[in-house]
Design a protein around this ligand. Structure first.
Ligand SMILES: Cc1cc2nc3c(=O)[nH]c(=O)nc-3n(C[C@H](O)[C@H](O)[C@H](O)COP(=O)(O)OP(=O)(O)OC[C@H]3O[C@@H](n4cnc5c(N)ncnc54)[C@H](O)[C@@H]3O)c2cc1C
Length: 490
């Protein structure tokens, strides 16, 4: 679907050139697009999803009968302001909002020139088409995805990621089960559990880490009273619905024949290993596990942006104080620069667009004092994000929960025993394990299994760096043939 009146150029035709393409319409991308159009730039805002809002403000498709789930959202005021700005600009032809469009690759043939190749999926399966966009600047705001960890039975129907449970609830109004176990680590488990409980599910939460790990980060939390209020709101909802929160416990197995029927919940020791004999079985018809988020780096890597380690240990896009990457004309904002929540993403998006305006010799829209205030807010959120990452690591001992028969790579059906055998046979690092077992070579290109394979493969060796995926989403051959035209594809 394209909102507004102008469509991007179908591939093959002469490309339309815009000042700025923003990839991703979550909090970061929306903020960047809104500031850029207010600053007078011509903008194309692209998102693979069917609605504006990204993960945080995920809404059901326009016109669907599903309620808007207001209680599942926060800061809807910002969402309404930003979407109104973008839609107004779309109506007046200053912003193209290309929803249902996935950027599958991008090239940077010359300074001040970026070419993006999109697959337009808005007409539905089998009716995809190719779209080409050209821009002077690009802001990547592609967000992050759930970090799943395998465990025995994780491939049964009814086992989701925590983000998957949330996306079903927010995007489709679907409560995945009536007896739901939400496990893993991090504050994100709380809104997921609260949303399900408020819709009548009986919910149990398992947090793998000890809350005392927050001790050193108390200052960072106190600097953001809004976070404390939000957390208190979830705690009140969970208390009202009598949702137990089990600390230092994890879902270590799921059981069932055709779908999940029960889980094993185990206590964890300090290293994250299961305390012997602590496992207990609990009936459940849905399970969601979440171990934080992994930044979505495909396009950043393809375009050659330098990566740096973030506060959470993951590689993220390195940016300067205006969110510029190491590639001229390429900026990045939001969780692609480090996982820190929607407010941080919003503010980074704003800074990115302010930087583009300045680079194009235009006055900013936030004002110098406003920019200083935004930077202070960004710094507070980054401190909080670092404290959160410290308090909620993936427990080191989790690989001990895996049986040799546990599937690790679902696409290529590679189990933990095969990976362990490859390592015992001398494979070093992810790449050699991949060569020997095919783990990570399937449809998802390692998005699901890479963290698990890396942990089983052990440190070091070639291929432990962020993989280069030149095609960011599977593309039909017809689109591929029509889509590239004369552009050199990386
Ligand atoms: C499944 C999931 C659910 C979440 N739910 C919540 C929640 O309920 N509450 C909460 O506090 N936090 C939630 N989070 C965390 C949340 O993502 C962030 O705090 C916030 O949304 C980050 O904003 P962002 O703009 O950086 O990225 P996002 O909001 O993730 O937006 C990124 C957007 O980029 C688009 N995109 C990515 N790659 C491409 C491409 N190649 N082409 C076109 N479009 C692309 C995606 O479709 C997405 O809409 C969730 C995260 C995930 C992964």
């Amino acid at each position: 679907m394209t909102t507004g009146t102008v469509r991007a150029t179908a591939s093959g035709a002469a490309p339309d050139v815009v000042d700025l393409v923003v990839v991703g319409a979550g909090p970061a991308g929306l903020a960047a697009a809104a500031v850029a159009v207010l600053g007078g730039l011509s903008v194309a805002l692209v998102d693979a999803g069917q609605e504006l809002g990204g993960q945080f403000w995920r809404h059901p498709p326009h016109g669907s009968a599903v309620g808007d789930g207001k209680d599942l959202h926060h800061d809807l005021r910002s969402y309404r302001q930003l979407t109104a700005t973008v839609r107004d600009a779309a109506r007046s032809g200053r912003c193209r909002s290309l929803l249902g469009h996935h950027v599958w690759t991008a090239v940077h043939p010359a300074p001040g020139q970026h070419v993006l190749h999109l697959v337009d999926r808005s007409a539905g399966p089998g009716r995809e088409s190719a779209v080409r966009l050209e821009a002077r600047h690009v802001v990547l705001a592609t967000g992050a995805y759930d970090r799943p960890l395998p465990f025995p039975g994780w491939d049964l129907p009814g086992v989701y990621t925590a983000g998957g449970l949330q996306a079903l609830l927010k995007g489709a109004g679907v409560r995945a089960g009536s007896r739901v176990v939400v496990g893993g680590t991090g504050p994100f488990l709380l809104p997921v559990a609260a949303g399900l409980a408020a819709r009548g599910a009986s919910v149990v939460v398992c947090e793998a880490n000890d809350p005392r790990r927050w001790a050193g980060g108390a200052g960072a939390a106190l600097g953001l009273p809004g976070k404390l209020v939000e957390g208190a709101g979830y705690a009140a909802t969970l208390a009202r619905h009598r949702v137990p929160v089990q600390l230092r416990q994890a879902v270590t197995a799921a059981h069932g024949t055709d779908r999940v029927e029960a889980v094993t919940i185990s206590r964890l020791d300090r290293s994250g290993a299961v305390v012997a004999g602590s496992g207990r079985r609990l009936e459940a018809d849905a399970v969601g596990t979440g171990w934080g988020f992994v930044p979505q780096l495909d396009l950043a890597v393809t375009l050659g942006a330098d990566l740096v380690p973030s506060w959470g240990g993951d590689q993220v896009v390195g940016v300067d104080r205006w969110q510029r990457t190491s590639v001229p004309g390429l900026s990045a904002a939001g969780e692609v620069c480090g996982v820190g929540g929607a407010r941080l993403a919003l503010r980074e998006g704003q800074l990115a667009a302010e930087g583009v305006l300045r680079d194009l010799g235009r006055p900013g829209v936030t004002g110098d004092r406003g920019v200083v205030a935004v930077r202070r807010e960004v710094a507070r959120h980054r401190r909080f994000a670092a404290a959160m990452a410290h308090a909620h690591p993936v427990p080191a001992g989790w690989t001990g929960w895996l049986e040799d028969s546990t599937t690790v790579c679902r696409c290529e059906e590679v189990c933990a025993g095969q990976v362990r055998r490859a390592v015992a046979d001398g494979a070093v690092g992810v790449r050699q394990v991949k060569q020997l077992t095919r783990a990570g070579m399937g449809w998802c290109q390692g998005r699901m299994c890479a963290p698990a394979v890396a942990a089983l493969a052990g440190p070091g060796g070639p291929g432990t760096e962020v993989p280069e995926r030149l095609v960011a989403t599977p593309v039909p051959l017809g689109v591929l043939a029509r889509g590239t035209g004369r552009d050199p594809i990386p």
